[in-house]
Write a protein that binds this ligand. Structure first.
Ligand code: SAM
Length: 277
């Protein structure tokens, strides 16, 4: 086990992160950002671009890694997938089960509490047609190679991986300005965040435990995916993201934030699709 700063082990960093995520859950569930009541009323499915990428998922088995309180997971159940969400935060998983019942999707949705690195055992070696990962996932994991090995073990032959995440260039920048502050590449030493900031509802701050995060370059992510037996089918860098990564981003429409005119255009998120050999 690698040492994190202050002599903490990776397990201690995970434990600290889990406490922080446990604390965010009630704030996020009640937030305007997630707008749970609106989501229930509107019966919203997954983002159209993701539906276009994955096609018809009805009857398919889909696993959502780091599913938070299940909103993105259940969106896929709404369009016919049998979904399994996995997250290491017990309050998140509890809320996901509540949301599944409220949405009338409990027959098609299972939620499991486990570290993503332990997902294969936690899911009893079950395999899936789709391994799905949505925004804000990889930065919580020290090794993207280890994550890709889990994704590969969960995907059936011919099954697909779809990942939409924060672009690592964006994560290497300062929180205030377009200035490089962190290393772009994966490093054993985590980035430590004591800001108490969470991404819902603008600059809403919660009293949170310290977070540890790790950046992974786009090349490291693609290499890990290929090394573990996936064939890359698509890789798109987006000049938008779904949360206010910087306080001065312009909100174009719901959950779609772009750089203001006159700023250099840089990638803020990316989508990757791959197929398991
Ligand atoms: C930003 S949220 C994902 C958000 C999701 N895209 C959404 O909007 O609902 C990140 C999630 O990763 C989970 N997480 C972080 N590290 C994890 C780990 N090592 N294993 C499992 N889940 C983890 C957190 O509990 C949190 O729910």
């Amino acid at each position: 086990m690698d040492d994190a700063p202050g002599g903490n082990t990776q397990d201690e960093a995970f434990a600290q992160n889990r406490t922080s995520w446990d604390q965010r859950v009630p704030v996020h569930v009640a937030s305007e950002f997630y707008d749970v009541e609106g989501w229930l009323r509107a019966g919203r499915g997954p983002p159209p671009a993701e539906v276009a990428a994955l096609g018809d998922v009805s009857g398919l088995d889909l696993v959502h890694l780091q599913c938070h309180f299940g909103l993105d997971t259940l969106a896929w159940a709404r369009v016919g997938a049998r979904v399994t969400g996995l997250d290491f935060s017990e309050p998140a998983v509890e809320q996901a089960r509540v949301l599944a019942t409220r949405a009338g999707l409990e027959d098609r949705a299972t939620f499991v509490c486990a570290n993503v690195y332990d997902a294969v055992d936690a899911l009893d070696h079950q395999t899936f047609d789709v391994v799905y990962v949505s925004l804000g996932a990889l930065c919580w994991l020290p090794s993207v190679d280890r994550w890709a090995s889990v994704a590969a073990a969960l995907a059936r032959p011919g099954g697909r991986l779809f990942l939409h995440d924060v672009h690592p260039l964006s994560d290497a920048l300062s929180d205030d300005e377009l200035v490089l502050e962190h290393t772009y590449f994966e490093e054993p030493e985590p980035y430590i965040d004591d800001s108490g900031f969470t991404y819902t509802d603008g600059t809403y701050a919660v009293s949170m435990e310290r977070n540890y995060s790790w950046n992974h370059s786009l090349g490291e992510i693609v290499t890990a995916v290929i090394d573990h037996g996936f064939v890359l089918e698509g890789l798109e860098e987006h000049d938008w993201t779904s949360f206010a990564r910087f306080p001065w981003l312009v909100r174009e429409r719901d959950h779609h934030y772009v750089l203001p005119p006159g700023r250099p255009r840089i990638p803020l998120s990316f989508s990757l699709s791959a197929r398991r050999l």
